[in-house]
Structures are given as C-alpha cells and as structure tokens.
Design a protein around this ligand. Structure first.
Ligand SMILES: Cc1ncc(C[n+]2csc(CCOP(=O)(O)OP(=O)(O)O)c2C)c(N)n1
Ligand SMILES: [Mg+2]
Length: 322
C-alpha cells in the first residue's frame, strides 16, 4: 500500500475544484432546507464533508469514462457536471430533473455524461462498473470505469465478487471506498475487522491505496494514477479515501451515536478550507466566491421547482409489468 500526498495539478484547475466543492457543500445545505419545507420528499443522504473525494476522483476521469455512484451521490453527480437544476429537479420530483423526476435523491443518473447509475442497494454499483469496464475492453476502447462505494459497502458480497472478477479479467475499473467511519448508525469498528479497508485489495491481487479524503489534491493524484494503470491494460485498483460525513446518515438523523467532539475534530480538517489555504485565498476572496455560489444555488432551486410534476402517463412510461 502507498500513501500519496503530493500533486502537480494547475492552479486554474484547482480553483475550479474549490468552486465545485463549495457548490456541493451549499447545494447540500439547501437540500436539507428544502426537505424540512416538504419540497423534497422521501429521504436524502447528504455528503457534506466528502467533497474532496467526489471532486478529486471525478476530475481524474474523462468524458468517455463511466461512473457509478451511490445514494449519497449528489456530490458525485455535481462533480461529473450535472447541473444543479437537473439535480434539484430530480430531488423535488419535477420534470426538470435528470430522470424526469421519477428517480429522486438516490438516483441521480445521466447517461449522456456516462453517469450510468446511482444505486440505493448497497454494493450494487460495483458489478455494473465492472460490466462497463469489461464492455469497454471488449469493444477495444480505452474507456475506464470509476465506482464509488462506502465502508459499509465493502462488507457486502457484490463488493468482493466485483473486485475478484475485475482482477481476474484485468478489467479497467477503479474502485473508490469513501470510508466515512459509519454505515448507517454503526461505527465501522463494530462491523468491520479492519481499520484500513484498502487492505482488502490484497485478497484480489490488486493495488490498495489509502488516501486522505480531506485533501482533494491527494485524491486526484491517486485516482489519476489508478485510471492510467487501468487505461494501460494493467487492471483494477482499490482506493480507500478516509473522510467523514458531517451530517447524520439520512433525513433528520441527529447522529447522537457519535462521540462528543468527533465532528468538531474533523471540521478542523475541512476539505474546502484545506484547499482554500493551499491556494492562498484571502477571506474576501472566499466570501465573494461563497456569495456567488450561494446565489447560483438559490437560483437553481427556484428554477427547478418551477417545472411541473410528471403526469401519471409520463410516470407509467417507466413502469413494467410481467
Ligand atoms: C443490500 C442493502 N442492505 C442494506 C441496506 C440499508 N442501508 C442503507 S445505507 C446503509 C449503510 C451503508 O454504509 P456505507 O456503505 O458506509 O455508506 P455511507 O452511508 O456511509 O455513505 C445500509 C446498511 C441497503 N440499502 N442495501
Ligand atoms: Mg460509511
């Protein structure tokens, strides 16, 4: 296993990452607000705290590459370039949504961006990513697949089956575990016999890399290296990004099961602040970016909400009966 902390990415690109991470953070804050107002129904799984993983990893793949994400996937989708209107529309069940409003928060999907699925079933995205990677390989293209899963997800059967098959067939796929230390309400130490989930790579004879998930530069660097390996025909890599979710598991979970002070300690290493410091952004620059992004977030939510709900006929288009 290796740990990477350095990168050579350009300043402009990294300013874009800063902005995108801020967009994800403020997008999610607004989701909570809209949920409390009853404008978003069902459930939501917010990703504040994970922004460096989404942006660092997704910025390391190209448009021709494939991506599978999870139900905690708003940040992944925005990092892939989904518009906030399409994302808010989907969350509000409106026709402005990326799936015409029939998927909801857990299903931000857009085939035009090769974002081929957001999965609410734990571990379900990994075999789909392996299938996409295998298809690319069989068709003789150099596309790769990137697949996100959680620490809890690394205990499920499909995770192991997907890694095994990808390794045996040298499928061009990169698996990223977002280890945020909790699966629903259970701390990882009570469900998993390892601290470092990257060690699971050894069982499948592929490289296992641990990366600081609060550091977008580091995440980008390790994912870029794994993507290059996959593209060169050298097979899959497992990456474990160590991160933390600021909010509870879903909806209104107050996360009382967390140790006192744990959240505050993680916030001292906030991914947006870390990159802002590295870029040398002044307080004024941060404030004006924050205001600009907040205005865009507010406008996107209003625009998304103005679209109608899908009609019953439109919904029935996607319902199949045997
Ligand atoms: C197959 C399956 N079993 C159980 C669940 C219920 N469930 C939803 S989220 C979750 C925890 C997943 O934790 P993790 O993989 O760490 O992801 P995180 O929520 O932390 O991003 C569980 C068990 C599910 N969705 N799918
Ligand atoms: Mg987790």
């Amino acid at each position: 296993m290796t740990t990477v902390v350095e990168t050579k990415s350009g300043a402009d690109q990294r300013t874009g990452w800063y902005r995108r991470m801020l967009e994800i953070r403020l997008f999610e804050d607004k989701v909570q607000e809209l949920f409390m107002q009853g404008k978003i129904q069902g459930t939501t799984h917010l990703c504040q705290g994970h922004e460096a993983v989404s942006v660092g990893a997704v910025s390391a793949i190209e448009a021709r590459d494939y991506l599978t994400i999870t139900y905690r996937g708003h940040g992944h989708a925005l990092a892939r370039g989904m518009s906030m209107v399409a994302a808010y529309g989907e969350l509000m069940g409106r026709t402005s949504g990326c799936c015409n409003g029939v998927g909801g928060s857990m299903h931000l999907t857009d085939f035009s961006k090769n974002l081929i699925g957001a999965f609410a079933i734990i571990g379900a995205g990994l075999p789909v990513a392996v299938g996409a990677g295998l298809s690319a390989k069989m068709r003789g293209t150099d596309s790769v697949a990137l697949s996100f899963s959680g620490d809890g997800g690394s205990n499920i059967g499909t995770f192991h089956e997907a890694l095994n098959m990808a390794a045996v067939w040298k499928v061009p796929v990169v698996f990223v575990i977002e280890n945020n230390l909790y699966g629903e309400y259970s701390p990882i130490r009570e469900t998993t016999p390892l601290d470092d989930l990257a060690e699971r790579a050894k069982g499948y004879a592929m490289p296992g890399v641990i990366v600081d998930g609060q550091d977008v530069d580091a995440v980008h660097a390790v994912v870029a290296e794994a993507v290059a390996r996959a593209r060169a025909g050298e097979g899959p890599t497992l990456i474990e990004a160590k991160t933390y979710r600021y909010r509870g598991h879903s909806r209104t979970d107050p996360a009382k099961y967390r140790a006192e002070g744990e959240l505050e300690r993680w916030k001292l290493r906030d991914p947006i602040v870390i990159l802002g410091d590295r870029l040398g952004l002044s307080d004024d620059e941060r404030k004006s970016l924050q205001d600009e992004v907040q205005a865009a977030v507010d406008a996107a939510a209003v625009e998304a909400e103005q679209a109608p709900l899908p009609t019953l006929e439109e919904i029935e288009n996607y319902v199949y009966a045997a």
